[in-house]
Design a protein around this ligand. Structure first.
Ligand SMILES: Nc1ncnc2c1ncn2[C@@H]1O[C@H](COP(=O)(O)OP(=O)(O)OP(=O)(O)O)[C@@H](O)[C@H]1O
Ligand SMILES: [Mg+2]
Length: 222
């Protein structure tokens, strides 16, 4: 069964003169354990689609089934739990908290998971080390480079071991070695059964994925 199933999804921002039809009848499904790339030109609706998949935003039309259940039937408590536990999200501007250290930023998704402090510490250090940024553990997020911020955002997205990882241009600011590291981390998460959806412009990144969903002007191609 599909973990994500989109049926004729529409998303319209604004109304009247400022109306933008960002998604116009998008249908596709993603099986559990798939690793998918979403590709398409700037403004084609990729981030909009990812935000809807991750329940950060809702569609204005169509049906979205998550793990077989229609998304509108989740109440707000279930929705908050979903966002916390089901999804790991790497968003386009990383959204780190500048006044927090790297450690504290990465720890955020574990806040409500009721794990022991020693588990938390091991887990955070483990992902920081996977992303080769453990030495920056106590650095304030405001004092990181673009590529370092990106790696911290990825560490934060995977620290909770979410079922589905959604990443919007996760490697845009990385050199090609670090990019390979990040893609290998995604691949091994995928091999351990996680579902991964990556928005990218980069055909090399897409080549790590099993399938490419192409979108243009809010419509899926092919
Ligand atoms: N909050 C918003 N309010 C109004 N219009 C929006 C909003 N967010 C996105 N849009 C519009 O919706 C369309 C799709 O935007 P989206 O951010 O999904 O594109 P994208 O494919 O992610 O582009 P990029 O590759 O540049 O990140 C664009 O025309 C954009 O201007
Ligand atoms: Mg975008």
């Amino acid at each position: 069964m599909s973990i994500i199933s989109m049926n004729e999804i529409y998303k319209t921002y604004g109304s009247g003169e400022t109306e933008v039809k960002a998604l116009r009848g998008v249908s596709f499904s993603i099986d559990k354990g798939d690793m998918i790339a979403i590709m398409g030109p700037s403004g084609s609706g990729k981030s909009t689609l990812l935000n809807i998949i991750g329940c950060i935003d809702s569609a204005t039309g169509g049906k979205y089934f998550l793990d077989g259940r229609l998304i509108e039937t989740f109440d707000s408590g279930e929705m908050a739990k979903l966002r916390n536990e089901m999804f790991g999200f790497v968003i386009q501007d990383f959204a780190l908290i500048d006044r927090y250290s790297v450690y504290k930023n990465v720890k955020i998704p574990l806040t409500y998971s009721h794990k022991s402090i020693s588990y938390e510490k091991d887990r955070v250090e483990n992902v920081l080390s996977q992303l080769k940024i453990l030495d920056k553990k106590n650095t304030m997020a405001s004092n990181l480079s673009g590529g370092q911020r990106q790696r911290v955002a990825i560490a934060r997205a995977i620290v909770n071991e979410p079922e589905i990882i959604l990443a919007d241009e996760p490697t845009g600011a990385l050199d090609s070695d670090t990019e390979d590291d990040v893609m290998n981390i995604f691949r091994s998460l995928n091999e351990s059964g996680k579902t991964i959806v990556i928005v990218t412009h980069d055909t090399k990144i897409a080549s790590y994925c099993d399938r490419i969903i192409r979108i243009c002007d809010g419509v899926i191609e092919g």
